[in-house]
Design a protein around this ligand. Structure first.
Ligand code: SIN
Ligand code: MN
Length: 272
């Protein structure tokens, strides 16, 4: 799947690019069914909403093995629909997945993600440069009411801002300090709500400022994020590295898979 020059320019200018209808309704249904299956597994690869048993984030679904491994997400993350745009946007052929993360922002309970840049965390993983692109796959229809993501267009051009390690929103991670954020907001376009139909994919730069609010609605807002990084930019050794499920040590170049992956029949399962 080739991107147009305009699409590539849009990504470079805004820090994100939306591709509508990349996955069909049956494909989205297969992904959702996988998350229904995985969300009840008892594993440290799954983080729950604070003070509750509800799954907030599930990691490492893109491998075949491991507690949260999934043939469906293994296939999805290797389709040409995902891999080729990532290769084009990064101008690199050899990519691996730094991690996958499924954010199940469930009706009423799904909670806030504070403003941050993803590379703030990945730099501390030992990643040499701010290169990755992340593909967000919408599995429900994100809306302003159910806690869709917001981007500040063009904010990736700020470079990586020194973050704070903060758990003000119930989940400790590297967030952008308020003073810096307000300064950038004052001279940037207004944040844009990332809404769309299930099956939409949004690629975004690892330095774009992004956040999302609480899910106040009766509808789930499930999404999966696949982080593609050039093999040449794999992480260096760091003291006390984060676990493999968030800082993958499988840095072998991804091999493109079939685009005709659903429904998964017993014969296609055996072929894998
Ligand atoms: C994230 O930025 O890591 C998660 C944001 C979201 O899923 O709303
Ligand atoms: Mn993020």
């Amino acid at each position: 799947m080739r991107l147009t020059h305009l699409q590539i320019e849009t990504y470079r200018r805004d820090g994100f690019l939306t591709l509508d209808g990349l996955f069909s309704a049956p494909e989205v249904a297969a992904m959702r069914a996988e998350l229904e299956r995985i969300q009840v597994i008892d594993t440290d690869h799954l983080v729950r909403e604070k003070g509750s048993n509800i799954a907030k984030t599930i990691y490492q679904v893109h491998e075949q093995d491991g507690p949260t491994g999934s043939p469906v997400f293994h296939a999805v993350s290797r389709t040409s629909r995902m891999l080729e745009p990532a290769q084009e946007l990064l101008s690199e052929q050899e990519l691996y997945i730094h991690h996958t993360k499924c954010n199940l922002k469930t009706a009423i309970d799904g909670s806030v993600w504070a403003w941050h840049q993803d590379y703030g965390t990945w730099k501390r993983d030992g990643m040499p440069e701010a290169r990755p692109t992340t593909a967000l796959v919408m599995l429900d229809e994100p809306t302003e009411m159910n806690g869709c993501l917001y981007f500040i267009p063009g904010s990736h051009k700020e470079g990586n801002l020194e973050p704070e390690f903060n758990d003000a929103t119930g989940y400790k991670f590297y967030v952008t300090p308020k003073d810096k954020l307000l300064e950038i907001m004052a001279r940037s376009p207004a944040p844009v709500a990332i809404t769309g139909k299930p099956g939409t994919v949004v690629f975004f730069d690892c330095n774009i400022l992004h956040a999302s609010g609480h899910n106040l609605s009766q509808h789930n807002r499930w999404a999966i994020y696949v982080v593609y990084n050039p093999v040449s930019n794999r992480c260096n050794d760091v003291p006390n590295p984060r676990p493999d499920y968030v800082r993958s040590t499988n840095t072998k170049p991804l091999i493109k898979g079939s685009d005709h992956i659903f429904p998964l029949t017993s014969s296609t399962q055996e072929a894998r």
